[in-house]
Design a protein. Structure first.
Length: 333
């Protein structure tokens, strides 16, 4: 917190506390439109105004004097950062997931953590279904044939794929996004089963994997779900099945996935997230039975603007002594 001296009535100097909010990435909106920096107490916005993630050493330097941070998934909020930023009061994560934030460490330091739930549900569900369609109908392979001038005739047996009507979709993690994907699947005439979440009717994961024609992952990344889908689980899937992941990369063991694809254990995969982003396992890159996109599940202009608005608004609320709308932990009275 810094002090700004302003001249008021009678020309007396008054001391006004100024709070610092560090915004760790270029956003889809102007932060000032939602932080209102001139409101009381004033908030100074300091922004890493770049598409690229801020380097770790620069993040630590910028956050050291900050009272709050709007963080993205590539910004690790851990005890090292908390120790170097003693004034920090709020971490507003520009995401619904918060596996980049050590919640217990923040709570111990009475740092409020917020996220951006709900607003990215439909965008992510749309992208999930786009990947399901792309893999099921072999669109990556088909487009390459056309673009490379290798399409010379139509054939009854060319590029045969999975028909979705009547196929079984297995959803791993039946929360908001999982349910939105299920609604889209039913519109295509698919049957749906699920595991995880709080809805009744869930079945065991092994049962889901053995039955499903399409497996779509929507659970959060936790110590329990890291490598939830590994060699044993992939072996338990149908050879004709496809796997789609728009949740978090480390939920799937990429080494095991590459081995399963090479062995024909499963038929294909659609991935929006990766185990070591932005690095992609080289065994995935050259395959026609895999569709790869760069973590764009929430990438619509409306959704990204709304995510930024939620994160910025909650950061400002906490800094001004109000409760956030989307708390992850409980540190405020």
């Amino acid at each position: 917190m810094t002090e700004l001296y302003v001249r008021g009535a009678g020309c007396a100097l008054a001391c006004v506390s100024v709070l610092r909010l560090f915004v760790a990435r270029r956003l889809a909106v102007d932060p000032a439109a939602f932080v209102h920096p001139d409101a009381a107490p004033p908030i100074e916005i300091i922004q890493w105004n770049d598409e690229r993630p801020i380097p770790r050493d620069e993040l630590l330097r910028r956050v050291a004097p900050a009272d709050g941070i709007v963080a993205t998934l590539s910004d690790r909020i851990d005890p090292e950062l908390l120790a170097i930023a003693p004034r920090l009061r709020v971490v507003a994560n520009h995401a619904v997931g918060y596996d980049n934030v050590e919640i217990a460490a923040c709570t111990a330091r009475r740092v409020q953590v917020c996220n951006t739930p709900d607003v990215l549900t439909d965008a992510t569900a749309d992208l999930t279904f786009a990947l399901i369609l792309a893999v099921a109908r072999r669109l990556h392979e088909a487009e390459r044939i056309v673009r490379e001038g290798r399409w010379h005739y139509w054939a009854p047996t060319m590029l045969l794929g999975l028909e979705l009507r009547g196929a079984l979709l297995g959803i791993v993690g039946y929360g908001r996004i999982g349910k939105a994907v299920a609604a889209r699947a039913r519109g295509f005439g698919m049957e749906v089963v699920w595991c995880g979440g709080h809805a009744s009717g869930a079945i065991p994961l092994d049962d889901l994997l053995s039955r499903a024609d399409v497996v779509s992952i929507h659970c959060p990344l936790t110590p329990e779900t890291r490598h939830l889908i590994g060699a044993a689980q992939l072996t338990g899937m149908k050879r004709s099945a496809i796997l789609v992941n728009t949740a978090r990369g480390p939920i799937v063991d990429e080494v095991a996935l590459v081995a399963a694809l090479e062995a024909g254990t499963i038929a294909g995969a659609g991935l929006d997230v990766f185990e070591d982003e932005p690095r992609v396992h080289p065994g995935l890159v050259g395959r026609d039975d895999v569709v790869l996109v760069p973590h764009i599940g929430s990438a619509t202009s409306v959704t990204r603007a709304r995510m930024a608005e939620l994160a910025l608004t909650d950061a400002a609320r906490v800094l001004r002594g109000e409760r956030p709308r989307n708390p992850v932990n409980e540190v405020l009275p």
